[in-house]
Design a binder for this molecule. Structure first.
Ligand code: TPP
Length: 668
């Protein structure tokens, strides 16, 4: 048992009372929520921090409202320590409109002012780092709370590396309660926790909740260290949660739980600094506040359900006259490089991130050449850490910076999938549109260069249909600068720009085929069409990205050799993408061909096809889909060519349909 003299933090009674009352508030809120769950009044889940409250409360003694906190699934204590918003929290967990995120986030996904939490273990590490990057020029810091089970996540170490290299003011507080759900740390953790951080040159120390005076001092020291030295630090705090992982069963040894219950610092301090009546009065005041909050939450209405709204960019309306088709014979790679130069000159908030993007190398495909020489502080050569780079850019975007990330080969974007799906696309939604995450990820996809199974894939179909993301694919019918300009002008969300790598070496096709004209449409998504001047149309070809100029050749050959007139519809935004606006145009043809380079099962074309089939206008049409064979991509350029859609096999497939038709007609 602790002696009375050590009860007071810094021998300061008022401070100790303040801290312990906050701990009691957190505890009583969570106990009441557990009760509401057990009574069937709440749904979903909660993770209580009962027993661990001191950590968040103490940390918040040393930070300002301009600092930022990132938390996790076990976030109520951190949230209340920082915001004191009992009412907003309770209403949120009751799923109501007055909740801090109007019931969309719920228990694990809280946002208020500079407080963020989410439910992906470790996922917030690079996001916190990216936000801390924006604090380089001021006195602010960021703190992230993680659990010991999260030490198993690779993203943690990608982020350790980056925060140490860039010297970012981020304090990582590890609440080591020995368990991840029901699994004890001894089954999952090898080596030394502090040494993991120290190996990256991060200043690291440890403390525990049972020596609260020392914890208080360490917390003060670590926060001052990060603030003063503008460098990361790591604090491990040993603790124990006194309740189950979530609202369910507790499988831990009862003797162990009882052992820690006896050591519970919140109870010990409460018992020792307040006499019985004082305690009763403090508890009843807190309980009254909680009951009022619950009463209000129950009476409150539910928010309206919001579908993610995409703003129209008016790419062509705004820029067509300027530079849809700049000078002739411009290579797409040169145009992209010019684009980045122009954008960075115009907007000092743009930061480029990527692997090997600095001079003299200038990126694997040289798209970023010259930029680091011109803007040395705004081009970051990152470690090979795709997940962390994307998460980092998400944190940057929360601060108002405009990150443009290069993923060297599109094949590697899969490593960042969690950051794209659960962070960059979702934060604005789960925080009820109180934040935005304008980020551009640009990446080369596709084959045709013999790079083999892991450097040639067309993977964008895996990202289609994620609400809150836009997917674009450039082609060589327009200058990509207008797309980049439009995105940055309207920037609200994550945009993934697919730059098919075969395009880099191609020139802009400034002029349509003879007898054709280009038509540009912004609604419902930016789309380029190459339409015949004649009104007679046999075939509609729908494609996007790097295949476009092959399709133009096919159109030419269909006309010259086979007397068939075809038209091209080429969306630049491939998600979201709607064909309904084009139905009058498409229905002029009897054959509709959907072509893309990626694998055929559940891809862009399948979605477009189902949109068409759902529409009565097309019931008499024939449909054809051309995509790659269902196999990984071989390295041999000969085999690769056989399995990917190309001019020969697309033409063959189209003509087979016409020959079949002819045969049927001649039999009749
Ligand atoms: C990436 C990810 N994997 C698994 C889970 C499921 N999960 C939720 S909490 C938890 C345990 C986390 O343990 P720890 O990091 O020690 O935090 P604690 O619960 O002890 O506070 C797990 C596995 C998750 N939310 N996110």
């Amino acid at each position: 048992m602790n002696s009375i003299s050590s009860i007071y933090l810094k021998n300061n009674k008022i401070l100790t009372e303040k801290i312990i009352k906050k701990c009691m508030l957190i505890r009583l809120v969570e106990e009441r929520l557990l009760q509401a769950f057990s009574e069937g009044e709440l749904y979903g889940t909660i993770h209580t921090c009962i027993g661990q409250e001191l950590i968040g409360v103490m940390a918040c003694q040393f930070i300002n409202q301009t600092d930022t906190i990132f938390s996790n699934h076990r976030c109520h204590g951190h949230f209340l320590s920082f915001t004191n918003d009992v009412e907003g929290l309770i209403s949120e967990i009751y799923g109501k409109k007055t909740g801090v995120c109007s019931g969309i986030g719920g228990s694990q996904h809280l946002y208020k002012n500079n407080f963020y939490s989410n439910g992906i273990q470790g996922g917030f590490m690079p996001v916190a780092a990216g936000l801390a990057y924006s604090f380089k020029e001021n006195n602010k810091i960021a703190i992230i709370f993680i659990g010991d089970g999260t030490l198993g996540e690779g993203i943690l170490y990608e982020t350790y590396n980056i925060i140490a290299l860039l010297k970012l003011p981020l304090l990582i507080i590890l609440e080591n309660n020995l368990y991840a759900q029901s699994t004890h740390q001894k089954e999952t953790l090898s080596g030394d926790i502090l040494k993991r951080a120290q190996a990256f040159n991060i200043y690291a120390d440890k403390s525990d909740i049972w020596n609260w005076n020392s914890l208080y001092k360490k917390m003060e020291f670590m926060i001052n260290y990060v603030r003063h030295y503008r460098s990361p630090a790591f604090l491990e705090v040993s603790c124990y949660r006194l309740k189950a992982h979530s609202k369910g069963d507790d499988d831990r040894d009862e003797n162990e739980i009882n052992f820690y219950k006896k050591k519970d610092p919140v109870k010990i301090i409460m018992d020792q600094i307040f006499h019985k009546l004082q305690k009763k009065s403090i508890i009843s005041l807190i309980k009254e506040r909680i009951e009022n909050a619950i009463y209000k939450a129950k009476k409150d209405v539910y928010a309206n359900y919001k579908i993610y709204q995409y703003k129209n960019y008016n790419i062509f309306n705004n820029y067509q006259n300027l530079y849809v088709h700049c000078k002739k014979n411009k290579r797409i790679s040169t145009l992209l490089n010019n684009t980045l130069h122009n954008l960075m000159k115009e907007n000092s908030n743009i930061i480029l991130l990527g692997e090997d993007i600095k001079d003299p190398y200038g990126g694997a495909f040289k798209i970023t050449k010259g930029l680091s020489s011109k803007f040395p502080d705004r081009v970051i050569n990152t470690p090979i850490s795709e997940a962390a780079i994307v998460g980092f850019s998400c944190g940057m975007s929360l601060s108002g910076l405009l990150p443009i990330v290069e993923i060297m080969f599109g094949d590697f974007i899969t490593l960042a999938f969690d950051q794209i799906l659960n962070h960059a696309s979702k934060l604005k939604y789960m925080y009820n549109y109180n934040v935005s995450t304008p980020i551009i990820i640009r990446t080369p996809m596709g084959g045709g260069r013999g790079y083999g199974p892991t450097h040639s894939q067309t993977l964008e179909k895996h990202f289609l249909g994620i609400p809150g993301i836009r997917i674009f694919a450039i082609n060589n019918l327009f200058n990509p600068e207008i797309l980049y300009k439009s995105i940055l002008k309207n920037n609200q969300e994550l945009s993934i720009i697919i730059e098919n790598k075969i395009l880099y070496t191609k020139n802009l096709l400034s002029f349509p085929l003879k007898g054709y004209f280009y038509k540009f449409k912004d609604y419902p998504q930016p789309t380029i069409m190459m339409l015949p001047k004649s009104n007679l149309i046999d075939i509609t070809l729908i494609t996007y990205g790097g295949l476009v100029d092959i399709i133009v050749e096919i159109i030419e050959e269909l006309f010259e050799e086979h007397d068939l007139i075809a038209q091209l519809i080429c969306p630049i935004q491939i998600y979201p993408c709607q064909l309904s606006e084009f139905s009058n145009l498409i229905k002029k043809s009897s054959l509709i061909v959907l072509i893309e380079e990626g694998q055929g099962f559940a891809n862009f074309s399948s979605e477009m096809l189902s949109q068409l089939i759902e529409n009565d206008k097309f019931k008499n049409c024939n449909f054809l889909r051309c995509s790659s064979e269902p196999s990984p991509i071989p390295a041999s350029i000969y085999l690769e060519d056989k399995m990917l859609p190309n001019k020969t096999n697309i033409l063959r497939n189209i003509l087979e349909i016409y020959n079949e038709k002819k045969n049927v007609n001649s039999k009749i």
